[in-house]
Design a protein around this ligand. Structure first.
Ligand code: HEC
Length: 145
């Protein structure tokens, strides 16, 4: 049985640019606003239940068990005024990079693994919008204050 391998990096035949070529090929699909598929939406639901509900509550009302001790408390993600005051981009940024990336509490953790899954992030944002006020959607990005 061979012992320690010397020069293991030399054995790596999968160059980093390979992923870029793949991204270029798939790029047209992922360009612009990523359109979530049914699978992305299912994944977003799963992620919300697994990672977010603990703090934000199962309906996103900011009443999850792990959120009770936090100050400021987890945002009520269904609050119409809050949803109106945030663009989709800002919500996505908070989700991927965490509260500190949008000038909020660092207790809101980032989800860096979602950085290369824009369609899932978008599905999460849409999910928040859907749980918000009737009609769901905030004004267009240009309307933010
Ligand atoms: C450890 C608890 C915790 C978890 C887990 C958590 N959050 Fe938060 N979240 C917070 C807190 C606390 C705030 C309030 C930050 C503030 O107002 O300063 C917040 C704020 C937010 C905001 C509002 C940011 C803004 O612009 O005001 C969004 C959107 C959000 N969370 C989405 C999510 C989503 C989606 C998940 C799951 C992927 C998640 N959070 C997981 C604690 C959490």
């Amino acid at each position: 049985m061979p012992r320690t391998r010397v020069g293991a990096e030399g054995a790596s035949h999968a160059p980093a640019w390979g992923w870029r070529v793949l991204a270029l090929l798939l790029g047209p699909l992922g360009c612009g606003p990523a359109v979530p598929t049914a699978a992305d939406r299912a994944e977003a639901d799963r992620i919300f239940a697994e990672r977010c509900a603990n703090c934000h509550g199962p309906q996103g009302r900011g009443d999850g068990p792990a959120g009770r001790t936090l100050d400021p408390p987890p945002r009520d993600l269904t609050d119409p005024a809050f949803l109106r005051a945030r663009t989709d981009e800002a919500l996505a940024r908070a989700i991927v990079a965490g509260g500190s990336a949008v000038g909020r509490s660092p207790a809101m953790p980032g989800n860096p693994d979602l950085a290369d899954r824009p369609a899932v992030v978008r599905a999460l944002v849409e999910r928040l919008r859907a749980h918000g006020p009737p009609g769901g959607r905030a004004p267009r990005a240009s309307a933010h204050r």
